[in-house]
Design a protein around this ligand. Structure first.
Ligand SMILES: C[S@@+](CC[C@H](N)C(=O)[O-])C[C@H]1O[C@@H](n2cnc3c(N)ncnc32)[C@H](O)[C@@H]1O
Length: 314
């Protein structure tokens, strides 16, 4: 229930208050109603954790944890650790009790806390079953606070322009909402910041050393750009960014065409990896690849307008 609408203020005053708050304050999901409590059916919980490839080293945070099933299952079946947060004190108490009953109270803990005030930085996996607009409001926080490579799994709702790396629909016979007993699962890997200009000098396949410049733009995990060497610029192909791992192909050197396959890990403003050079009729050559970021550009998703939210019905 929306906290504003819980107040005892009369309806016209309330409407005026809402209009005034919309005019003076940026939209916050809290103002559009908190997600009601609906359980994720256990078979969907299991599938979400499977998709995230949870292991004993994982730290799982469930946003709006209900009866705690997501973190308790992660601890019980996969040996993971983690916590859940929920605004409903009774659900938090119940979750801690169920964790103790399952013998995982040391690894699955639940707090009465608002998702908007939760530090997400320890997570290697975040699970979500919230309303679509709440997902959108959480999106910047997820992208800013989570480490690159963190997996995010959401039940039923996506993240707008942040297209999932994987999505599917599955049977959910235990579902308590909706006519169709089906659930959707969405999965993302938080991308590193790749956008900017990157430079390096190398003799890509053992020849004379040359200066390379990679110019990358980024929209969430989608990257595109160009590679320039000695005044020649080509678009990069097959570009992929999965967490910190960047890979792409560039076709250079038209006189003796070569396919350069770059693969590296972005760590802050450095890339460390390898480049494999493939030329027709020759054995592929591989050598190490190190690049340094010389210009940082804001990812294009930073410029997306704030989500348009529908105010709650009175
Ligand atoms: C749809 S239920 C999901 C429960 C559980 N994660 C599951 O999948 O079974 C959403 C939960 O989020 C909680 N919630 C809603 N808004 C919240 C907020 N701002 N901060 C923390 N919890 C919230 C609700 O109390 C509810 O238990």
């Amino acid at each position: 229930m929306n906290r504003i609408f819980n107040s005892a203020v009369c309806a016209p005053a309330l409407a005026a208050l809402l209009v005034a708050s919309l005019l003076i304050a940026p939209a916050r999901a809290q103002d559009y109603g908190d997600t009601p409590y609906v359980q994720t059916p256990q078979n969907v919980v299991d599938k979400m954790l499977d998709v995230a490839k949870i292991g004993a080293k994982d730290y799982v945070i469930d946003l709006g944890s209900g009866d705690g099933r997501m973190v308790i299952t992660a601890a019980q079946r996969y040996g993971a650790k983690g916590f859940g947060v929920d605004l409903d004190r009774r659900l938090v108490t119940l979750s801690n009790r169920l964790a103790a009953k399952a013998g995982v109270a040391d690894r699955a803990v639940f707090y009465e806390r608002d998702i908007y005030e939760t530090d997400l930085s320890p997570a290697s996996v975040v699970t979500i079953y919230l309303l679509p607009e709440v997902n959108l409001m959480m999106r910047p926080k997820l992208l800013a606070m989570l480490k690159p490579g963190t997996r995010v799994v959401s039940h039923d709702y996506g993240m707008g322009e942040w297209t999932p790396d994987l999505t599917f629909t599955m049977d959910a016979p235990g579902k308590t909402v909706g006519r169709e007993k089906k659930s959707k699962v969405f999965y993302w890997v938080v991308p590193a910041r790749a956008s900017g200009k990157w430079r390096w000098r190398s003799a890509a396949d053992g020849g004379v050393a040359r200066d390379f410049e990679l110019a990358l733009t980024q929209m969430f995990q989608k990257v595109e750009g160009t590679l320039s060497v000695e005044g020649k610029t080509v678009p990069i192909e097959e570009a992929k960014l999965v967490g910190e791992t960047l890979s792409f192909v560039a076709r250079l050197d038209t006189s003796s065409p070569a396919r350069y396959e770059f693969n590296g890990r972005i760590i802050n403003h450095a890339i460390e990896g390898a480049v494999r050079t493939v030329r027709a009729g020759a054995t592929p050559q591989q050598q190490s690849w190190s690049a340094a970021r010389t210009e940082i550009w804001e990812p294009r998703h930073f410029a997306l307008p704030a989500p348009t939210l529908v105010p709650p019905q009175q």
